[in-house]
Design a protein around this ligand. Structure first.
Ligand SMILES: Nc1ncnc2c1ncn2[C@@H]1O[C@H](COP(=O)(O)OP(=O)(O)OP(=O)(O)O)[C@@H](O)[C@H]1O
Ligand SMILES: [Mg+2]
Length: 188
């Protein structure tokens, strides 16, 4: 088709019971295909689906040119402006009624032109509860703390950008995130 593409193959995990493994692989493949199709149809920056191959547990998706935000932050070639952009993008995803489920900086792609895309939707949810939205920010918080701790106030930057377009819903997501952080601190 002349489109640069990535073949994403879900491998079995030998530590899982074979029945559970089959179920999880199928579920994640189905969820990822559905959510990517929906989002790309809505013009959200993410890959588009080119082919679904249930039998081989794989999907063919368009390739995003660029590098994971993780690598660019590590090289010091991105910082506060990109984190603000990420905050806006998460907000946009949540406004479409979808939670990501694995929002680490490995799952954010940034092109040289500065376009930001989200990838890896196998753990995402349609019609998420407030908890899932709050958890997206918490997963990112843990990732920023573990991998990008030299960037000052990283999660605050993301949260501020998330809250920029004021709404009750956005405030309740950030409130829930703070509650989750409190729970994590308390229980270790
Ligand atoms: N559409 C894409 N365009 C460019 N690079 C991609 C694309 N999809 C994946 N990649 C690269 O491959 C890496 C792994 O892909 P992805 O995050 O989808 O899989 P994963 O983390 O192994 O998946 P899962 O957590 O669902 O098992 C990404 O971090 C990214 O570097
Ligand atoms: Mg990933």
């Amino acid at each position: 088709m002349g489109i640069p593409a990535v073949l994403k193959v879900r491998r079995s995990r030998s530590y899982r019971h074979p029945d559970l493994d089959r179920r999880l692989v199928k579920q994640r493949l189905t969820v990822e295909s559905k959510v990517i199709s929906k989002l790309s149809a809505l013009g959200f920056p993410c890959p588009s689906i080119l082919l679904i191959d249930q039998n081989n547990s794989s999907i063919l998706i368009s390739r995003i040119r660029g590098s994971p935000l993780h690598d660019i932050l590590k090289k010091g070639k991105a910082g506060i402006p990109e984190l603000r952009k990420l905050g806006h993008l998460i907000r946009r995803l949540h406004n479409l009624g979808i939670s990501h489920g694995d929002l680490t900086t490995h799952n954010v792609m940034l092109s040289e032109e500065g376009d930001m895309h989200l990838i890896d939707f196998g753990l995402s949810r349609q019609s998420p509860e407030l908890e899932h939205l709050g958890l997206d920010i918490q997963v990112l918080n843990e990732c920023l703390g573990a991998s990008h701790s030299t960037i000052p106030d990283a999660i605050e930057t993301v949260s501020e950008a998330y809250l920029e377009e004021e709404s009750e819903k956005a405030r309740s997501v950030i409130d829930r995130f703070r509650k989750i952080t409190g729970r994590v601190r308390y229980h270790g």
